[in-house]
Design a protein around this ligand. Structure first.
Ligand SMILES: C[S@@+](CC[C@H](N)C(=O)[O-])C[C@H]1O[C@@H](n2cnc3c(N)ncnc32)[C@H](O)[C@@H]1O
Length: 274
């Protein structure tokens, strides 16, 4: 049996561009919005980069951390070109690809590592985790997750709609808490409604649903607590900056002193008194 490779699993100390002869490629999750939500390691990696690559939204998010680093900016939809550029730069420089939330959740980790593999890139690659939208949204809503959950993206740009439908169907049959990403775009306006109709086949109407727009993005953050039966009343409110958490049949709406939130009991009530 091969021995586990301990070295590769260790996060590095922060890079120092002046000391680095050989390059390194970081893929950094920058969290849901404000710079305060970055991990300390993610922040250090960005501050010490030779090159930072990202789209406008992500680069604007970390603007206050960009001083002397070179910036490669490209638009949404140009992910493959950006990944190729990052791999080229990383041969001799410390290159940092930034990705919103976490890079492993519908983010840049996949395409960058695929391109690196195809190009036989011989430098160290480190993925730096970030707070994903599902968890940012959950923190706004109280305790809506806490137990088994599935994330499903409603974008059918790279995944056929039939596959998405099957995942929605089976996850709701199994009463998973379902976190929906990419509920809408300018071109895809009906996928959210279609997804809710599928989930309603299996989950009862009383199941709480949290809609969080711009989670942890300061004053831009908004949220709605509703139920599966009523959620389509807010269909027009949902947009591409919204994360949705559809809870399980044990979840309930908590009438907190600061407005409605959501609790999903993990099961302590069956074993303990409190
Ligand atoms: C392409 S996915 C990227 C997800 C990202 N990698 C992550 O881990 O959060 C984009 C979708 O994530 C969700 N999203 C990202 N950031 C968000 C935020 N701050 N508030 C609410 N939803 C967010 C939205 O559903 C959006 O359409």
């Amino acid at each position: 049996m091969p021995l586990p490779n301990k070295e590769q699993n260790q996060p590095s100390s922060s890079p120092s561009p002046s000391a680095s002869k050989k390059g390194k490629l970081y893929i950094v999750g920058i969290g849901p919005g404000s710079v305060e939500q970055l991990t300390v390691h993610a922040k250090n990696v960005i501050l010490n980069a030779d090159y930072i690559l990202g789209n406008d939204t992500y680069l604007d998010q970390i603007e206050s951390l960009i001083t002397t680093q070179n910036v490669y900016r490209s638009s949404m939809g140009q992910e493959v070109d950006r990944a190729k550029e990052a791999v080229k730069m990383a041969e001799n420089h410390v290159a940092v690809m930034v990705s919103g939330g976490d890079a492993n959740v519908y983010g840049m980790a996949g395409i960058v590592i695929e391109v690196a593999e195809r190009n036989h890139l011989d430098v160290d690659i480190e993925v730096v985790p970030g707070v994903t939208a599902m968890l940012a949204g959950a923190s706004v809503l109280g305790a809506p997750i806490v137990t088994d959950a599935a994330t499903i993206s409603l974008s059918d740009l790279l995944t056929p709609w039939e596959v998405i439908e099957k995942r929605l169907d089976l996850a709701s049959q199994a009463d998973f808490i379902i976190s929906l990403y990419n509920p809408k775009s300018r071109q895809r306006t009906s996928n959210f409604e279609r997804a809710i109709e599928i989930i309603k086949r299996h989950k009862p109407a009383h199941v709480p649903v949290g809609l969080v727009k711009n989670a942890l993005r300061g004053d831009e953050q908004e949220f709605i607590v509703t139920t599966l039966g009523d959620v389509l009343n807010y269909n027009d409110w949902v947009d591409m900056r919204t994360a949705i958490i559809i809870c399980n049949s044990d979840s309930r709406i908590w009438k907190s002193p600061h407005g409605d939130k959501i609790i999903t009991p993990r099961g302590y009530q069956k074993k303990y008194e409190y």
